[in-house]
Design a protein around this ligand. Structure first.
Ligand code: UDP
Length: 355
């Protein structure tokens, strides 16, 4: 069995860390890093901290529009697939790297396994949603994190085999959150105390690329008042500088700007926060797992179960709604929504069976 794994951005490195070493214990895996995220803060730190095997191939393809980036990845992957001749191509999530990996593989006649299949926000304006839908319809093996994802795929009558495996990010979070929670020294540079601050992240194209939306996002963050640690994604920082909005955040007494953080420091801040304010997919889920209420700066989410469970509130960019959501006490119950933390094992077993 030779698996070619295509990854390229921060959450994909985290997800792959639950699978790669297991896959390599009893088979061959060749990892291709597309270069979608290339800064050390968004890439190398995750390989180091999560013991992810270093990628065998680096494509160095970042930047540009979604279309041109995907096209360049396709062009680079075609000869690579011919050379490596894998029995399966494994892709994760919903990025340009996911779509390019899946499409190049199918065109080469190689079956695709998709981890995190079936997620839908039902918002086709999100580039991620388009990548998810197309990848799912190209895949031979669709590995779902939740029952809702399985149901989405049944409704769309996908051609591939659908399996509920649970969420690989849960594996990583369950493994690392307990120790991270104890590392309260990580809070010191931000001058915040456990349970008395917010952790915020924002980087979705729909929130940061349009200057009018970005202004609303900044207004929301400025309205929070509670101390707020804000690790800035490079894309967000660049857009804030272009729109001349970074200064407002730098000058706000309650906002503590940070660079993008490694997984262990970020998880320490997440587990000790009073609440999380985010537009990230992964962070909504990790907040739920940590028992930290989440306010999501999006009009929709693919992680609907966290909303239904009462732990996540969608506020889009409405500052008043965000403040109201932060005042809600979440319910006592926090059922296991995305599996038991053993999704990685199931992914490996299913990929082996396919190969
Ligand atoms: N994350 C991190 N450092 C940060 C911000 C996020 O390690 O400064 C982690 C976070 O724990 C989660 C993942 O990155 O596992 C989420 O990635 P991101 O928000 O970039 O992507 P999305 O999930 O929205 O696709």
């Amino acid at each position: 069995m030779r698996v070619l794994t295509v990854i390229g951005n921060r959450p994909q490195f985290i997800k792959a860390s639950a699978v790669s070493s297991r896959l390599r214990a009893d088979g061959e895996e060749i990892t291709v890093h597309t270069g979608q995220h290339y800064d050390a803060e968004l890439s190398q730190v995750f390989f180091d901290e999560l013991q992810l095997p270093p990628p065998e191939r680096l494509l160095g393809i970042g930047g540009g529009t979604n279309t041109s980036q995907t096209a360049r990845m396709l062009a680079a992957l075609e000869p690579l697939l011919a050379e490596v001749a894998p029995s399966v191509v494994l892709v994760y999530g919903d990025t340009n790297s996911t779509l390019a990996g899946a499409l190049a593989a199918v065109q080469a006649g190689i079956p695709v396994a998709h981890v995190e299949a079936g997620m839908r926000s039902f918002d086709r304006a999100m580039p991620e949603e388009v990548n998810r839908v197309v990848t799912d319809h190209l895949s031979r093996l669709l590995l779902c994190p939740s029952a809702a994802a399985v149901e989405n795929l049944r409704r769309e009558s996908v051609a591939g085999e659908v399996e509920l495996v649970g969420d690989v990010m849960v594996d990583v979070a369950k493994l690392l959150q307990p120790a991270a929670r104890a590392r309260t020294e990580v809070l010191a540079p931000y001058d915040v105390a456990p349970g008395a601050y917010l952790l915020a992240t924002a980087h979705r194209a729909g929130n940061v690329d349009d200057p009018a939306r970005l202004r609303e996002l900044v207004a929301l963050l400025l309205a929070l008042e509670t101390p707020t640690v804000l690790p800035l994604h490079p894309r967000t920082r660049a857009r804030l500088v272009e729109a001349d909005l970074l200064g407002a955040l730098e000058q706000a007494a309650h906002v503590r700007l940070a660079p993008p953080l490694g997984y262990l420091d970020f998880t320490a801040l997440l587990c000790n926060a009073r609440a999380v304010v985010t537009d990230s997919g992964g962070v909504q889920k990790e907040a739920y797992l940590a028992g930290v209420p989440c306010v999501t700066m999006r009009p929709s989410t693919e992680w609907v179960e966290t909303v239904e469970a009462g732990w996540n509130v969608l506020v889009d960019l409405d500052a008043d709604a965000a403040r109201a959501a932060l005042a809600i006490t979440p319910p006592a119950a926090r059922p296991e929504l995305y599996g038991d933390g053993r999704a990685g094992e199931r992914v490996v077993a299913a990929v082996r069976a396919l190969a």
